[in-house]
Structures are given as structure tokens and as C-alpha cells.
Design a binder for this molecule. Structure first.
Ligand code: PMP
Length: 486
């Protein structure tokens, strides 16, 4: 059997197929192996994919379809017919090029293109998952995951128990959050959970809405997400520093992002009054910041968007101490979307499992060494090496130029890597220093770089936020541009 797996895998790679592994029981009851362990040609007229499958020794199925990332010069996605991935135009397939690339196979760089670094789109992780495609793939068959319900005995009845298990074991591996004895609530991204938390923590029946505050510079989505439905139970009340000085602590909810978006610094609550605090820990992972202790706050939010880069799956989770708060958050999601996509939950389960299993059997001392980005199968090592490289080259590019400065971070001891690491945030909080550059966003725009102005974060417009978790090519173009603005 092992020989069959080897033969099939080599054959698939040779043919530019991308094999994936799925649990045997997902393949379908009573379905026999395809063509005695080899490839199944298209079954129906018009069906392009050849599917290959084989039982592996651990009773998983290795299934593969042709085509994928090896095409489009590494600068685009191959879309459509998979028969001839090396010549995309044949048989109706085509290349959808990433930003700044063009041509039928995305091989031409448009060097004066506009670089959009406004959003924190985590496409930097794509190359890691291409290298680790096999262990992170899932196949969902038509009859699976059809019910609304996942775990009716649990507070969060739509949370898949396998996902809950993987979330708890990943936090225990990384040491970044306490989950024992805590309730988990899954959400359509942590954005939905943030709204569910506001709903759950705002006391009903008050004459005035609860004030929602966060210390500036705060994550720019907080004000807009809080106010877009003009809720009667909560409203955005701005900078927590100002609130602390000017209010007599009327009922409030404080939002703390740590490490902070946009500036990357570690944070605590600033008001320290009677109001509840929502801790948004989207970036409390070892590739961005030293993990100093397991976080153990009353309500903490996490997301796959920034931990593994799977923003498109829209999966986040809340770790909640209080049962009643967890119940109300669950109620919000029930009323809002009747649960959370099970397809996405299954994918997140697979991804988190592959992250944890890449560290299985390792002693914590094995984690200490430096790693390089190529061939690395451990996501935090890969991410950490890549982010360090990026911050070093970003600082070099900015130092060539007196017009900009970047925040400076102190190293801290990371209990996950067992060594000191320096924060390497997902965003560069860039300050324009020139007297003539009061509007930093405008200066960058004139150099074809789209950034997000400090004013969206409750900060001066001499600051901008730039995403540095985009693809390599985009990041390298950013470096070129920044170093040539004089
Ligand atoms: N919180 C913070 C601090 C973020 O930066 C982001 C993404 N930009 C989110 C939450 C949103 O996460 P999700 O994709 O899970 O909704």
C-alpha cells in the first residue's frame, strides 16, 4: 500500500497534479477505490478534472485533481479547465493575475501599478499553504454537513465539536490563551463575534446606549461596525483616553486590541473602571509578537484570518468565562446568521489540525532555532522568519529616507519559541516627518501606494497604516517605492 501511495504521489507531481489527503470515512460509504488505486478519467461529458485516489496506510484517502498553483508564473490563479495547466489558454482555462501582474500567464510585471495596502489581506501566507497543500486540504461531499445543528448539548449549538477540540489544543500548544473551563463561541470571522459581544455586554432596558470606547490609535473598524446600524443599546464613544478624563464612567465597554492594530504595541485596558472589556487578540500569535503568558481575560477574540491567513473562510472564535455572556453571544449569531458555515468550520478544523500536528513530537527546545521561510512546514516558524525578514528590509528602506519613521519595539521572551523575539506586526504604522507631508496618505498616494490614513484610527493624518502581510511581490514593490520617495 505504501508503494502505491509513493507511486501515485510521484505520478501526480510529475503531471502537475496536486494531491490532497482526506479521511477515509469522508470518501463515501461503500465507495470502492477508483480504478484500482489510480486515476479516474473524467466521468461525465464536459467534466475536466481527472481525479486520483488511493488508500494510504493511515486509512486516509489521497485524492487529487490536476492543475493548481504551479501555473500562471506564480503570480496568479489558474481558473477553469484543468486539462492543460501549462498552457492556460487551451481548453478554455485562463490565468487570473494577482495585482501588478498581467499577460496570459501573469509573467509581466506592471511596475507602475497602484499598490493597495489599505486592507490587511493576509495573502503572505499563501506560499506557505501551497508548500503544505497536501496536509491542509479537505473534500466535502454533497451529503455532508447539511444540518443547521452541530452540537445541541453545547452552549454554542452550531460549533462543530472537532473545531472546538482543535482550537483548545492549538492554544495549549502555543500557550497564548487559557481555554480550560471556558466557553467557546464560533463566529463568521471575529468581526461578527465583536458585534455579538457588544450585544451580550450591553445591559438591556437602559435609557441611554452603552458607550463603546477604545484607546487611540484604535482599530479603524470599531467605530464603523459599532455605529452602522445605529443601535439603541450601544454607540461608539471614541478614544478611551479621552473618555477616562472627561466622563464619570457612565456605563461603557472598552475594546483592547493586543498587539494593537494599527501600531503593533502590546496593550491593556486604560479606563480600569467597572465596564467590561473585550480583548481582541487577533495578532497574539508567535509570528507577530512574543507570547509572554497565556491570556486569561473574561472575553477574548481570535481569528484564523491572522493566525493562519485564512481570512476567506471567515472563522473566528471567542473564549468566554461567563456562561450567560456566551449564551447571549450565541443568541446574537443565531438571530444574525443562524449559526456559522459548517463548510468553513470543517476547513478551519483541518487547517488548525495541520498546524498543531506540524509541531507534534517536538520538544519545546526544538522550537528555539532560527528557521528560514523555504521548506518550513511549521506555520509559526515560517511566519516568524518571513515577518522578521520583512521588518528588517522595511526598516532599511525607511532609514534611507528621512521623510518617514516607524515604531520601535522592545524584545520580549517568547515562551513558545523559548527565546527573545522582537514584535514584528502585521502593519507598518508609518509616520511622515516632513513639514510639507502633513497628509501622509496623500504623499503615498502620489507615489501610487494606497494606505489608510491615521484619521481612521483616531490619530493624526501624519500617520498611515500599511499592510505588510501581502504577497512577496507586492511587499517588494512597496520597498522599492518607499526607498525612492525623496
Ligand atoms: N480584529 C482586528 C484587530 C483585526 O485587525 C481584524 C482584521 N483586520 C479583525 C478583527 C477581523 O477579523 P476577521 O477576519 O476574523 O473578521
Amino acid at each position: 500500500m505504501a508503494m502505491n501511495v509513493f507511486l501515485l504521489t510521484s505520478l501526480l507531481y510529475e503531471k502537475n497534479y496536486h494531491p490532497i489527503t482526506i479521511p477515509r470515512n469522508l470518501w463515501g460509504k461503500g465507495k470502492s477505490l477508483v480504478n484500482n488505486n489510480l486515476c479516474m478519467p473524467p466521468q461525465e461529458e464536459g467534466e475536466a478534472n481527472t481525479v486520483c485516489a488511493v488508500d494510504d496506510p493511515s486509512h486516509n484517502m489521497i485524492v487529487a485533481t490536476a492543475g493548481g498553483q504551479a501555473t500562471c508564473s506564480g503570480h496568479g490563479y489558474y481558473v477553469g479547465n484543468n486539462v492543460s495547466p501549462s498552457q492556460p489558454a487551451l481548453n478554455g482555462g485562463f490565468c487570473k493575475c494577482h495585482a501588478c501582474f498581467t499577460d496570459h500567464n501573469c509573467s509581466t510585471l506592471v511596475s507602475d501599478c497602484v499598490l493597495n495596502l489599505d486592507h490587511g489581506d493576509p495573502t503572505m501566507f499563501e506560499s506557505f499553504w501551497i508548500e503544505n497543500a497536501q496536509k491542509s486540504a479537505i473534500v466535502i461531499l454533497g451529503w455532508q454537513l447539511m444540518s443547521y445543528f452541530a452540537d445541541v448539548g453545547n452552549v454554542c449549538w452550531f460549533l462543530e465539536p472537532e473545531l472546538a477540540k482543535e482550537i483548545r489544543s492549538l492554544h495549549s500548544l502555543v500557550g497564548n490563551a487559557v481555554t480550560k473551563g471556558r466557553h467557546l463561541v464560533v463566529g463568521t470571522g471575529s468581526t461578527q463575534l465583536f458585534q455579538a459581544a457588544l450585544y451580550a455586554l450591553s445591559p438591556p432596558g437602559r435609557s441611554k446606549p452603552t458607550n463603546v470606547i477604545s484607546a487611540a490609535p484604535y482599530y479603524s473598524s470599531y467605530p464603523v461596525v459599532t455605529d452602522y446600524l445605529k443601535s439603541e443599546i450601544y454607540r461608539w464613544a471614541g478614544d478611551a483616553w479621552m473618555y477616562k478624563q472627561t466622563s464619570n464612567e457612565d456605563y461603557y465597554i472598552e475594546l483592547v486590541t493586543s498587539p494593537n492594530n494599527p501600531d503593533g504595541f502590546t496593550r491593556e485596558a486604560v479606563v480600569n473602571g467597572s465596564g467590561p472589556v473585550i480583548y481582541d487578540l487577533a495578532y497574539y500569535w508567535p509570528h507577530y509578537t512574543p507570547i509572554t503568558a497565556p491570556a486569561d481575560q473574561d472575553l477574548m477574540l481570535f481569528t484564523v484570518s491572522k493566525s493562519t491567513g485564512h481570512a476567506g473562510s471567515r472563522i473566528g472564535w471567542a473564549i468566554v468565562k461567563d456562561l450567560e455572556v456566551a449564551k447571549k453571544m450565541t443568541k446574537y449569531i443565531e438571530l444574525n446568521t443562524i449559526g456559522v458555515s459548517k463548510d468553513s468550520q470543517l476547513r478551519a478544523t483541518r487547517i488548525l489540525h495541520s498546524v498543531s500536528s506540524s509541531y507534534a513530537g517536538e520538544s519545546i527546545f526544538d522550537r528555539q532555532g532560527d528557521s528560514s521561510t523555504g521548506q518550513e512546514h511549521r506555520v509559526f516558524h515560517h511566519g516568524s522568519a518571513l515577518m522578521s525578514e520583512r521588518w528588517n528590509s522595511l526598516r532599511d528602506a525607511v532609514s534611507l529616507n528621512r521623510r518617514f519613521t516607524l515604531p520601535v519595539f522592545e524584545p520580549g521572551f517568547c515562551t513558545f519559541f523559548r527565546r527573545h523575539t522582537t514584535p514584528r506586526p502585521a502593519f507598518a504604522w508609518l509616520k511622515c516627518e516632513g513639514k510639507e507631508d502633513e497628509d501622509c496618505e496623500k504623499l503615498l498616494k502620489s507615489n501610487r501606494i494606497i494606505s489608510r490614513s491615521g484619521r481612521h484610527f483616531g490619530a493624526p493624518q501624519t500617520y498611515v497604516r500599511l499592510s505588510i502581510i501581502d504577497r512577496n511581490q507586492t511587499f517588494n514593490l512597496l520597498l522599492d517605492r518607499l526607498s525612492t520617495i525623496h
